[in-house]
Design a protein around this ligand. Sequence first.
Ligand SMILES: C[S@@+](CC[C@H](N)C(=O)[O-])C[C@H]1O[C@@H](n2cnc3c(N)ncnc32)[C@H](O)[C@@H]1O
Length: 240
Amino acid sequence: MTQKPNYGIDAPAIIKKYTIFGLMNILAGILISIYTPQHWWWIVLTIGFYISSLFCFFPVLTILWGSLFFKFRERDWLFQNLPLSGDEKVLDLGCGHGLLSIAAAKKLTTGKVYSLDLWIQADQAFNSSEATQKNIDLENVSHKIEIHNGDMRQIPFANESFDVIVSSWAIHNLRKKEDRDSVLMEIKRVLKPGGRVAILDIEFAPTYANFFFTHGFSEVQRLGPRRTFGNKTYLVISTK
Ligand SMILES: C[S@@+](CC[C@H](N)C(=O)[O-])C[C@H]1O[C@@H](n2cnc3c(N)ncnc32)[C@H](O)[C@@H]1O
């Protein structure tokens, strides 16, 4: 049987937390309906627990749905808006299992993709450079991708070394504004003049567009939102 690449399940820590809360609500509903007298308020309480379990399972389903299906649609959306000519040097920040890196590599001829990550387990399930390399091998693009262990707040590459920088659902994981600003400053530093950046992300994405606008980038676009994981995903594109 041929093996298929596995692009990972996002936010496993959130999935685990909401699944446990949902199951606890169901259990509370079952215990109340078994062990309490059948007064009307106990029926209301039981229904309340069941309804609140639905609120817990909804984000679990949307994250799974996004990870297994909608991410691929948004990946294609990014490259439709960021056409590559084939000879670019591309950097993927927070590459995870290689969703954008591999798609970019498939569009390159003489160019090369550099995939950077710290492989944080809470951000993507079974996250590791080995898992990413396995996907790269399965997709037959190993000659066009280099994996690097590193922090996107201190990108381990020289000034003005990339034609294109991409990133998907990675920067929002940095919860402090100064950390996200460090990433954006690093993008500005390592991007060549005239280089392009495209970022898919949730909640803080509109602030990335503001950053590029106020730091002299041109053609700043904020596209979307799209409901990839239930919440709003934007695509921010700009040119240095
Ligand atoms: C939700 S995953 C998304 C992975 C991939 N871009 C995708 O769309 O499937 C976020 C990724 O960002 C990485 N990450 C988080 N903080 C990072 C940092 N400071 N430097 C590099 N990578 C980081 C995590 O390890 C994880 O692989």
